[in-house]
Ligand binder design. Structure first.
Ligand SMILES: Nc1ncnc2c1ncn2[C@@H]1O[C@H](COP(=O)(O)OP(=O)(O)O)[C@@H](O)[C@H]1O
Ligand SMILES: O=C(O)C1=C[C@@H](OP(=O)(O)O)[C@@H](O)[C@H](O)C1
Ligand SMILES: [Mg+2]
Length: 175
């Protein structure tokens, strides 16, 4: 397995990882996995219920365990926004392929997230979204092989840019 087999999407909640991931997987004929759905089906609860019942640190632990068990060859992987808190998980994901950071300004994220309190964001209650953004952006930048500025771009434009930045090799190699 070479490092470039899979594409792993990281970024803030609302950045578009799940939306772009499934479109990208379809475009380049890869399997798609959304690690949030893996956690939910494994535990049988929504992410918000997990946080409410056991706290956001427990969700981060479940997320780390889920990421470390990924069978990620020739996949597009949409991670949850809190994946970058686990260095072990991020190093593992980097071994599966290229890590792509979907970057979006804070204001645009807030505009998109209409269910902030039900979405299951893994943060302490007292931490503001602004503080969370400031804490996480350096982590996304640290682990990213490629950063896509998603500001004012449609999902189709972002998918095309990911493919272009990756060298557009998928159709030739994998079709
Ligand atoms: N490029 C885009 N332009 C406008 N809205 C988008 C775009 N990408 C995603 N969205 C919307 O933003 C919201 C969050 O997207 P989602 O894929 O769930 O993000 P994430 O998985 O990163 O949290 C959804 O309502 C989705 O339809
Ligand atoms: O950013 C976060 O703390 C989280 C984002 C969610 O995923 P999305 O990034 O897909 O919204 C989910 O993984 C989890 O509830 C925690
Ligand atoms: Mg998502």
């Amino acid at each position: 397995m070479t490092r470039s087999n899979s594409i792993i999407l990281i970024g803030m909640p609302g950045a578009g990882k799940s939306t772009i991931g499934v479109l990208l997987a379809k475009e380049i004929a890869r399997d798609f996995v959304d690690t949030d759905l893996l956690i939910q089906t494994h535990v049988g609860k929504t992410l918000q219920d997990i946080i409410n019942e056991a706290g956001h640190m427990h969700l981060r632990e479940l997320e780390e365990a889920t990421l470390l068990q990924l069978q990620g060859d020739y996949h597009v992987v949409a991670t949850g926004g809190s994946a970058v808190y686990s260095d072990a998980a991020m190093q593992f994901l980097r071994s599966l392929g290229q890590v792509v950071y979907l970057a979006l300004p804070e204001d645009d994220l807030v505009e998109r997230i209409d269910n902030m309190t039900r979405r299951g964001i893994a943060k302490p209650e007292e931490q503001s979204f602004s503080e969370l953004y400031a804490e996480r952006v350096p982590l996304y930048e640290k682990y990213a092989d490629i950063t896509i500025n998603c500001y004012a771009k449609t999902p189709a434009e972002i998918v095309a840019e990911v493919i272009y930045r990756e060298g557009g090799k998928y159709a030739e190699v994998d079709a």
